[in-house]
Design a protein around this ligand. Structure first.
Ligand SMILES: [Zn+2]
Length: 328
């Protein structure tokens, strides 16, 4: 009923005045890859990979109601560059999955929509799987009730998040061995976990639509690292992108990106390494005057309704929840 009321309100265009109130603030959307099927309850259980059709529908909405800009334009506007057009929206895609090339890029091309892909360079360069995928893959093939497996998986992912690479390895490798399911990213690996190749990344960058940024080398939370390791991650990932894509890499996106995962100190490391911005996963608009090294974003989730997506641009998620409570 609540959703029906919201749908009816949106059909009447009642979000338009609210969007107008927000027109001077940019929205940076966060994606994590794409899929051609709904979640089976374990693979993509968090809804990180968006179905291609949903992405197509979102871009059609953005073309009609917003002004698509590049993240570089957003970063420049926050550092004294030209002001953004009203209703500015930039697309960012984290991690560097192959599905960005196979399923996302064709849709970006159809819509002529620019996006920035943030790659964890060890994932792309050495085809070492991202650790959440190793756990997901191990549990996806394990015996037993799916809901129970998902709960154990969630708990382990929460634990692994706070670990540096060595500690994480000591947690994950025995689980893979126990379940007899280690994720190896060869040609037979499930498509959903594979990284983009450098050639695919370069092709997307050469199209002029996709810019490649850094998401660290090992996808470790930067504030967990000592200064030397943090600076090494930032420099190494930058140089690997530049070498393989043959373009400057000066846009950065924090792994995990929550309040504890960036700080004035990490902003300084980014500036020293030659980056122009740092993207977080904290939800919010990018208003004129925002700190380019603590850029807020709104996530997308395959489990969300289109109404929720649409309301992002007028109210933001927190206010939407309040509105929902009001409608209840
Ligand atoms: Zn990530």
């Amino acid at each position: 009923m609540k959703t029906a009321a919201l749908s009816a309100a949106l059909r009447l265009g009642l979000d338009r005045p609210l969007r107008w109130l927000r027109r001077k603030s940019a929205v940076v959307l966060m994606y994590h890859g794409f899929t051609d099927r709904p979640s089976d309850g374990l693979v993509n259980y968090q809804g990180n990979r968006l179905q291609q059709e949903t992405f197509r529908r979102q871009l059609a909405f953005l073309k009609d109601h917003c002004h698509l800009v590049t993240l570089r334009q957003v970063a420049a506007s926050l550092s004294g560059g030209p002001a953004l057009p009203d209703y500015a929206v930039a697309l960012s895609i984290d991690d560097g999955y192959e599905s960005v090339y196979t399923l996302g890029f064709p849709v970006l091309r159809e819509a002529k929509a620019p996006a920035t892909l943030f790659v964890a360079t060890q994932f792309v360069d050495e085809r070492i799987p991202l650790w959440p995928d190793r756990l997901e893959h191990a549990f996806a093939g394990a015996p037993g009730d799916a809901a129970a497996r998902r709960e154990v998986l969630k708990g382990l992912q929460r634990r692994a998040k706070g670990l540096v690479p060595d500690q994480r390895e000591r947690l994950i490798a025995p689980i893979e061995a126990e379940l007899g399911r280690a994720l190896i990213l060869d040609a037979s690996a499930p498509e959903t976990y594979r990284p983009v190749t450098w050639a695919q990344g370069k092709e997307m960058a050469d199209s002029g639509l996709v810019e490649i940024g850094s998401h660290t080398h090992t996808h470790t939370i930067v504030t967990l690292l000592d200064e030397e390791s943090a600076r090494r991650e930032l420099a190494l990932s930058k140089s690997l992108v530049e070498k393989n894509v043959q373009r400057p890499c000066d846009l950065f996106c924090y792994p995990n990106g929550d309040y504890d995962d960036f700080s004035p100190k990490t902003s300084l490391y980014l500036k020293d390494a030659g980056y122009r911005c740092g993207l977080t996963t904290v939800a919010g608009f990018v208003a004129p005057g925002s700190d380019p090294f603590e850029m807020l974003r709104f996530g997308t989730d395959d489990r969300d309704s289109f109404e929720k997506f649409r309301m992002t641009f007028s109210l933001g998620r927190n206010l939407l929840q309040a509105a929902r409570r009001g409608l209840a």
